[in-house]
Write a protein that binds this ligand. Structure first.
Ligand code: PNS
Length: 160
């Protein structure tokens, strides 16, 4: 039986922390579907195509990574894909409440769905897309937080 999971998120943009979570999950999964949310809950900096293209480029040599997008409820998307496992990264305790709420709500909506939390490496504990965008906006140093392709795109976006 193939072990497949969905890793959903905004990925606006993908950071080294997300990449670390994907790599860790591939130690026990046969395939991971990175599902980029298009639901406009936030003001996205990058379009869904841009966010997906970064991820595709980063994992272009990893056949076990599929990149997709979804609109609407995550549980509906998962049913369509026939996948019951969600992967999420858990950094500090501050993430816990939000993640706990989402995991239980998703399970309430579909009792077959479970969420597996992975801790990124300590060096990525404090990395967040929101902070990276803020630093980039203020023309700060971002190369330790994001892969080169994202760094380049952020620098173009904020003209530095
Ligand atoms: O990277 P993020 O922004 O923390 O990811 C949040 C995401 C996209 C996983 C979550 O908002 C989501 O699943 N949105 C899809 C709509 C949905 O199913 N909402 C109910 C979640 S309990």
């Amino acid at each position: 039986m193939n072990k497949i999971a969905v890793y959903p998120g905004s990925f606006d943009p993908i950071t080294n922390g997300h990449i670390d979570v994907v790599k860790r999950s591939l130690k026990f999964l046969d395939k991971i579907i990175i599902a980029v949310s298009t639901f406009p809950r936030k003001n996205f900096l990058f379009t869904v195509e841009e966010r997906m293209n970064f991820i595709k480029e980063i994992f272009k040599n990893e056949k076990r990574v599929e990149v997709d997008s979804f609109n609407g409820l995550l549980v509906d998307y998962m049913k369509k894909k026939g996948v019951n496992i969600i992967i999420r990264g858990l950094r500090a305790i501050s993430d816990f409440e939000y993640e706990f709420q989402m995991a239980l709500t998703n399970r309430k909506m579909n009792r077959d769905v479970d969420t597996v939390f992975l801790m990124p490496g300590e060096e990525f504990f404090y990395v967040s897309s929101t902070l990276v965008k803020e630093i980039a906006k203020l023309k700060g140093y971002i190369s330790c937080f994001v892969p080169e392709i994202v760094e380049k795109a952020l620098k173009e976006k904020f003209n530095y």
